[in-house]
Design a binder for this molecule. Structure first.
Ligand code: BG6
Length: 278
């Protein structure tokens, strides 16, 4: 499963591209006018087994530690199918669709039939993500978490401000899972941060991303927002993450994780996200 044969590139022209590694359908690069927007660690491992450290890993059906399988579920470590190769739409935008369904491997951890589709559309300054989860069973209901674990590339995380979190409750994993309420108008990061913000609004803006620009995140059917930066000590504990890389990334993750999605037989769940360079 060589990495070189596992990538799919959406090319919109003007050096605006998006690269997806079929391992986990991990978006490993998003360039807008040749400017990379996503952080991928220099220590990232592309062995077709480990999750890729950076870009946008796809978290499903579990967020966090899992009794029955690996942390953050299996979707980020299985090879996805290219359901629809990159195609230019009349608008000039480029679309591709990826999918997975249950296999012997997924059933060894999570014994349900499912079908997951992941549609990406690359626009001039935007990347759109449409996710569909389908339960084809006649009688089994299942529940799951879903999250897009986006690593944004930033020149200095200390200078980023994240909007849209004021007043939201959050589970602070860096403080034994204690629940707090956010009092700040904008969230800044100056220490190990691992917070699950609940019932967040549809939009966040991150300031001072690459080239000093702003990044807009719009999300639908993703009630939660995780904010993560490992900072100095935790970075040292992560083997596929450089000790000095923490200032250059911030994870702002749209998810449905604080409560699970419950999917009845024969029904589907949809969620989406739009990232926009402002
Ligand atoms: C975040 C979690 O989403 O992902 C953190 O909130 C976790 O607790 C981080 O450390 C990275 O996880 P992983 O499995 O990719 O090292």
């Amino acid at each position: 499963m060589a990495a070189a044969t596992s990538v799919v590139v959406l090319d919109r022209g003007n050096n605006t591209t998006c690269t997806i590694n079929l391992h986990g359908a991990t978006v490993v690069s998003w360039r807008v006018n040749n400017q990379e927007q996503l952080f991928v660690s220099k220590q990232a491992i592309f062995d077709g087994k480990k999750p890729i450290r950076g870009g946008i890993p796809f978290v499903f059906p579990q967020f966090g530690p899992w009794t029955f399988g690996p942390q953050h579920g299996f979707a980020r470590i299985v090879r996805w199918n290219l359901e629809k190769a990159p195609e230019r739409l009349p608008s000039g935008d480029v679309e591709a669709i990826f999918s997975i369904m249950d296999s012997e491997f997924t059933r060894s951890m999570w014994n349900y039939p499912f079908r997951l589709t992941y549609r990406l559309i690359l626009r001039e300054k935007e990347l759109h993500f449409n996710i569909g989860v389908y339960n084809p069973s006649k009688d089994l209901t299942f529940s799951f978490n879903l999250l897009l674990h986006t690593y944004f590339k930033v020149p200095d995380v200390r200078r980023c401000q994240i909007t849209g979190l004021h007043g939201c409750t959050f589970i602070d994993k860096s403080r034994d899972g204690t629940v707090f309420q956010e009092g700040r108008d904008v969230v800044t990061i100056s220490e190990w941060t691992d917070r699950l913000y609940q019932n967040t609004p549809q939009e966040h803006i991150i300031t001072n991303v690459v080239s000093g620009r702003k990044m807009r995140i719009q999300k639908y059917n993703f009630p939660d927002t995780v904010v993560w930066n490992p900072w100095i000590e935790k970075a040292k504990e992560i083997s596929d993450f450089g000790d000095d890389e923490f200032p250059n990334m911030v994870c702002v993750e749209s998810g449905h994780v604080s409560s699970p999605v419950i999917l009845l037989p024969g029904t589907a769940f949809e969620a989406s996200q739009i990232l926009q360079v402002m």
